[in-house]
Write a protein that binds this ligand. Sequence first.
Ligand SMILES: *[C@@H]1O[C@H](CO)[C@@H](O)[C@H](O)[C@H]1NC(C)=O
Ligand SMILES: *[C@@H]1O[C@H](CO)[C@@H](O)[C@H](O)[C@H]1NC(C)=O
Ligand SMILES: *[C@@H]1O[C@H](CO)[C@@H](O)[C@H](O)[C@H]1NC(C)=O
Ligand SMILES: *[C@@H]1O[C@H](CO)[C@@H](O)[C@H](O)[C@H]1NC(C)=O
Ligand SMILES: *[C@@H]1O[C@H](CO)[C@@H](O)[C@H](O)[C@H]1NC(C)=O
Ligand SMILES: *[C@@H]1O[C@H](CO)[C@@H](O)[C@H](O)[C@H]1NC(C)=O
Ligand SMILES: *[C@@H]1O[C@H](CO)[C@@H](O)[C@H](O)[C@H]1NC(C)=O
Length: 414
Amino acid sequence: MRTRRDRKFQLWDMLSQFVFLGGALAANLPLTTDANCNCYRTNATTSNYFAHHLFFDFRNLPQYARVPPLIGDPDGNTQAAVASSYFSLPQWTSYWAAQNWNNSEMMRMNNSDLSGSDATVLMVNSPNNVYVDRDRDPRPASQTHLVMRTARLAAGFQTVAEIESVSTGFRFLSIRMLARTRGPPGAITAMFTYRPPAGPLPVQEADLEIRTRDPENAVQYTNQPSWNADGDIPAATRNTTMPRGSRWTGWAHYRLDWTPYLSTWYVNGQFASSIAFQAPRDPAQVILNSWSDGGSWSGNMTANATAAMQIQWIEMVFNNTDPVYTKFGSCKNVCSIDETHVVGTPVLMPSGGDIPLSSLPRLVAATYDIWDIEAAILVQQYVKDHEATFEIKKVPPDSDHRSPSEVSVCRHYA
Ligand SMILES: *[C@@H]1O[C@H](CO)[C@@H](O)[C@H](O)[C@H]1NC(C)=O
Ligand SMILES: *[C@@H]1O[C@H](CO)[C@@H](O)[C@H](O)[C@H]1NC(C)=O
Ligand SMILES: *[C@@H]1O[C@H](CO)[C@@H](O)[C@H](O)[C@H]1NC(C)=O
Ligand SMILES: *[C@@H]1O[C@H](CO)[C@@H](O)[C@H](O)[C@H]1NC(C)=O
Ligand SMILES: *[C@@H]1O[C@H](CO)[C@@H](O)[C@H](O)[C@H]1NC(C)=O
Ligand SMILES: *[C@@H]1O[C@H](CO)[C@@H](O)[C@H](O)[C@H]1NC(C)=O
Ligand SMILES: *[C@@H]1O[C@H](CO)[C@@H](O)[C@H](O)[C@H]1NC(C)=O
């Protein structure tokens, strides 16, 4: 079973006030272009710098809008063409690939400890489920959006959607999407980083997942693996409530910051959760999907039911180990994608981007859950790498006494 462990919100609430002050001081910065930006600084309790920026905007693509009819047989789904010519344009194919793999191999294993899956249904990825559609709301938020669809078909299998980044070299990023999820219980919609298991090394994966069978304000965050042969790993995962009454059925701004030693998630600009335990370390892909496999995590969709994640835009600032992303020189022009009033267009930060916070004490904090010796070593390394003063506060065990060795680490700059 997974347990709620979110009592550290107080610390974060306190700390986030510093950042909101910083944000308020940084209004009306000049819009610029990526060519002018040497790097990008993110706004968060811990600012991070990234070398690259990408923005995928699906809000104004009526010429590509087309809802492909569902395909009733598994092979037809595997072999389906892309849903429209948008998905053949270099601006798409250079970065993303719609998948057509299926889980038949995992199901044949019939051993969740080996396959990582307790699927009970054949699940077939299809490019046919990744398409541009008009926003059909009475008062549409945008003309069009990307749709990632999943459906349980009468023939007894599940057709699903997944886009994977072409690059497997992302190493640290801040990714955001404006998205909503629609559909009956039994589906999962997700945005995550993914590095597959390699021999004895487990998967490295920072997840945002919405289960359509959960309440409309519940979002699950995880540094995988969240379970193994011994059972669930509670330290790896958090079940959170969306802020201020927002629901995943409505448009929400989701953000994942994967930074050294830590995954942090925000919803609509509000801190949602952070997990240091098992934070991914090595280069990874970025993946978004909508799926169901009749297993214990997704549950089952009923026959003929359809669910979907709809996305207005995806934006990320990132570092990447692929040679094509090598960047030389120092970061003279620091830009921001947070302080802009035009989503997707960066603004130039004044004087190396340091002004807004320099008059305030710079207080950076993270909460670490030290559940094992490996995590403890990582925190020690972090302290050493950053040559900063730390306050280590012992947090009292929570009511279920699950965290006897948990500590909070605060970092103060002069
Ligand atoms: C990204 O790379 C730059 C150097 O190119 C480095 O200064 C920065 O700290 C890196 N960001 C993260 C989050 O590691
Ligand atoms: C599923 O994938 C396997 C390869 O793993 C392939 O041989 C098979 O044709 C696929 N099945 C369907 C129904 O697409
Ligand atoms: C899968 O394994 C279980 C035992 O773990 C067995 O009861 C079941 O029949 C197997 N299913 C198939 C399709 O082989
Ligand atoms: C998350 O918490 C909500 C509310 O307690 C619950 O209904 C839901 O099933 C939980 N989700 C998971 C994945 O445990
Ligand atoms: C960062 O900027 C965004 C967009 O301006 C804002 O919504 C959010 O609250 C800020 N986040 C933090 C952590 O300050
Ligand atoms: C999904 O349905 C299958 C039968 O088609 C059943 O074996 C399985 O237990 C169901 N899964 C869940 C999570 O209820
Ligand atoms: C699903 O759709 C098929 C084809 O339209 C229909 O024959 C079948 O009865 C439907 N199944 C359910 C459970 O509604």
